[in-house]
Design a protein around this ligand. Structure first.
Ligand code: FMN
Length: 179
């Protein structure tokens, strides 16, 4: 069974991200197991490992180990990012920095939301995920007014809904059959 992670990276009490995560969850076909990962709930501390994860040293804290195992269990990942001052939330960068090998080759779809169809946040996030070796399959930018209201009511344009569907189908097709 394909295990798809949906990473919710904003933590405001009235966050729009939950509505976007529901949209992605609804697009997952039967047979796809979804792990909704809420970075607010996860509450990772600021990066506190002695070594860069790229060095491949054993992890030293239960929170780093649990986070690594959660990502390692995924076949594919959708990262949802708001646009905060033209970039992604600091909590997302911190969560990415905690790992290295777990990102490598992970099929990943990036979905940004904000003004200007999240055009400021998607390029730097894509560059970051490619730098840590993720297989970024696509990016989708949802814009306030054209795809969702500032309160999070979704009215996503059809081509973007199709883009999501294609990415999820691709994830499912890429997972080798378990014997
Ligand atoms: C700290 C902060 C900075 C923001 N900066 C931007 C920005 O640079 N560009 C933008 O389009 N929207 C910006 N916004 C508006 C957010 O895109 C909008 O509030 C969005 O709903 C945030 O996602 P969330 O509801 O999941 O937290 C900002 C919002 C906050 C809270």
């Amino acid at each position: 069974m394909t295990r798809l992670g949906i990473l919710l990276t904003s933590a405001r009490p009235n966050r729009v991200g939950v509505h976007v995560s529901q949209w992605v969850h609804d697009a997952a076909p039967e047979g796809v197991e979804v792990d909704l990962i809420d970075l607010g709930e996860l509450a990772l501390p600021a990066f506190d490992e002695p070594h860069a994860p790229k060095a491949g040293q054993p992890r030293t804290t239960p929170h780093a180990e649990a986070w690594a195992q959660r990502i390692a269990a995924l076949d594919a990942l959708v990262i949802l990012t708001p646009q905060y001052n033209g970039s992604y939330p600091g909590a997302l960068k911190n969560a990415i920095d905690f790992l290295y090998a777990e990102w490598e080759g992970l099929p990943t779809l990036l979905i940004g939301y904000g003004w200007g169809a999240a055009g400021e946040v998607l390029p730097p996030l894509e560059a970051l995920m490619r730098r840590v070796g993720a297989d970024v399959v696509d990016t989708i930018g949802l814009g306030f007014r054209e795809d969702l209201s500032v309160e999070g009511e979704l009215c996503v344009q059809q081509p973007k809904a199709e883009q999501l569907q294609h990415a999820i189908e691709r994830f499912t097709a890429e997972v080798p059959a378990k014997v």
